[in-house]
Every structure is written in C-alpha cells, then in structure tokens.
Design a protein around this ligand. Sequence first.
Ligand code: C5P
Length: 404
Amino acid sequence: MQRLKAQTTVLVGVTGGIGAYKACELVRTLTRRGFRVKVVMTEAATRFVAPLTFRTLTREPVATSLWADEPGDPVHHISLAQEADVVVVAPCTANVLAKLAHGRADDLLTTTVLATEAPVVLAPAMNVHMWRKTITQHNLDLLRARGFVIVEPGSGELACGEVGEGRLAEVADIADAVEAEASRVQDLAGARVLVTAGPTYEPIDAVRFIGNRSSGKTGFAIAEEAARRGADVTLVSGPTALLDPFGTRVVRVESALQMREAALAASVEADVVVAAAAVSDVRPAERSEAKLKKDDLPVAIALERNPDILAEIGAMNDGSKVIVGFAAETGDPVAEARRKLEAKRCDLVVGNDVSGHLGFGTDANRVWFVTREGAEELPVLSKREIARALLDRIAAMLRERRGT
Ligand code: C5P
C-alpha cells in the first residue's frame, strides 16, 4: 500500500557504543536536511546518551523497549517499521550487526529492522580487532548481499586507545547515504534485465577444468544495482564465491554451453542484456566422466570453440533490446571495444585495460564506455560505481528507445 506523506521519515537506530554521542549530530544533520527523524535506542545505547537528548532534538518520542507501546499504538515495532522510509543504525555495534545478519529480533530495534521493508543503512563502529574478525566481515558480506547499505567505518584513533579501522564514519557521509536511499531512483522499473557474470569452467574430467580468473564482481554489482533501481533481474553466473545479489533471480551454471542455454532462454524476454561473463573461448573436445589417472592424462588437450553467447543474442536483436558487452584487453581497449560493438551487434561495449594491476579479481577498474557515438573514458572507479554509471547509460538508452 502506497502511503502519501508530506515528509520523509528516517528512523535512526542507536546502539550501545561510544559513537552514540555522534548520533546526536546525525539526528541534527538529518533534521536540517528536511527529514522527519524518529529515534529507537537499544538498552545499551541509553547508557551512553539519554533518550531525553534525542527527544529534545527530534521533538518525537524516543522508543527503547518492545514492551512500552505508545498509547493507541498496539504493535509499536510494526508501526515504526511501516512509518520509516529509511532506517539507519548509527553507530551499529558488532553485536547488533551480528543479530541483523542472522535475522534475530530480541529487542525493539532489531525487531523493527526485521519488520521494515524500507532500505536500511548501517554505520558500524567498533574496536579494530572486532572489525577485522572474519566473523564480523562475514556478517557484513551477508548483510550486503541482503541489500543493507554499509557505510564503512573510518580509520584513526579509537576510543579504546587503539589505532585502526572501526571509527564511526563521518556524520555527513552517513547522512548522504540516507539521502541516497530516500531518493533512490526507480528508473529501471519494469525493465527486464539479463546479466551474465563470472568465469566458465570447461571440464577436462570429473575434477579438472579450464577456467579463468574472473571473480564475477562486476556482473554481480550490475545485477544488484539494477534490482535496486526497480528492474526485474536474471543473473546467469558461472562459478563464483559471491552470494546471490539481493532481489535478483540467479541461475548458477558451470560451462559455456550451460551458460548459453540459460542466457538464451532468459534473453527472449529481456529488454536489456549485459554480458559481463568471462566466457571461455574454448572447451576440451573430449570430457572424461571419471577422474583421469595421472598416467592417463594426455600431453596435449584438443580444444574446440565455444559458441559466442553475446554474438548470438546480438544477431537475434531486432533493435528492441539494449545490448552491452565487455572487452577486457591488454592492448588498446577502445579499438577492441569498437570492433566488438560491430562484430557482436552491441549498443555499448565496456572496454577495460587488464594489463596493469586493475581488472580481474580487483575491486576497482578503469573503463571506457564505447558506443557508435564515441568513447567516454571514466576515472578509476569501484566496480559498484562502474555498475551505477553503466546503468545510468542503459536507462537513458531505454528511455530513448521508448521515446520517453
Ligand atoms: O570476444 P570476447 O570474448 O573478448 O568478448 C567479450 C564479450 O563477449 C563479453 O561481453 C563476454 O561476456 C561475451 N562473450 C560471450 N560468449 C563467449 C565469449 C564472450 O557472451 N563465448
């Protein structure tokens, strides 16, 4: 049900860390930026800052307990969850982070977060060793994969006297993240987007394969961002260690032939196809079902060409689909991207230079967007930022095609 509201409501969750005092500044900043702000505190947070402080700053009641409903408001955590357009937990302790990652709901804040359908921004703050623990980082990965927005802590001197990461992010950065969620564009609403991602594994026998170093990060970031912007996303992925992106339909495959089958099937209905997969160009001509004994291994493996999935989809395009390919090159990425644009009948090819330290497996990349109109060079960006920039271009092309 769409509720019409005069003012965007931000629910600020405050948990029990020393950074709780900075939540006062966050509340002021959000109020100044025009949001209606309500605060929920954990029991531990009230040891650091008094609820009265937030009540005075927000002029709204401050909720701290599951068992103290406002009069006339029978299920407080549900009403708070529905009222919020964006939820932000700042500071978010390691404990609350772990609870949210596993869907626990044992106090008002965690219950509200579990019950809300609003986007949730988390600004973790903790001791450097707690931050670096594998379990904490794993919880963060789980939360990211479930659509939570993480505003990473900064580095510096911590309240406990140690130096390192774990300091609550700058208040302005947290407020920016909240604002970005509040004004999240839904410019891909209704668009059906197919993304291919990751490497392919071409079997030699039951355990050996020919593969490549693609991590799948770019394609996964594109799929996740497209879903955030309202698209109906199918992600066909080769083997990767990444979790399913939030809000997408994921088809996991291994070989190029399997990827072709899944991608062609999904492409029929697609308005947009983004081929970010690093599909192996060749596969062993023969595959043994059993594991070959060391002595039976051939000295040379005969190879045969794999079909070019993107070229097949391009050849079938009647002009209604927006088709995007990738060109990872060690030579001239723009020239190669131009060649692929024509050869595979794409609308845009993302050229990237994998000769240096950027590219496969890294988090950042330098890319060019090459279309028939020309080439745009982008600065070194994270794969997520590249995904956003690419989707801006795709959304514009879709609008052009639809004449809107
Ligand atoms: O020709 P090349 O492999 O360099 O082209 C890369 C582009 O083509 C990428 O977008 C990749 O996903 C796609 N591709 C494909 N099927 C193949 C090979 C590449 O879809 N067999």
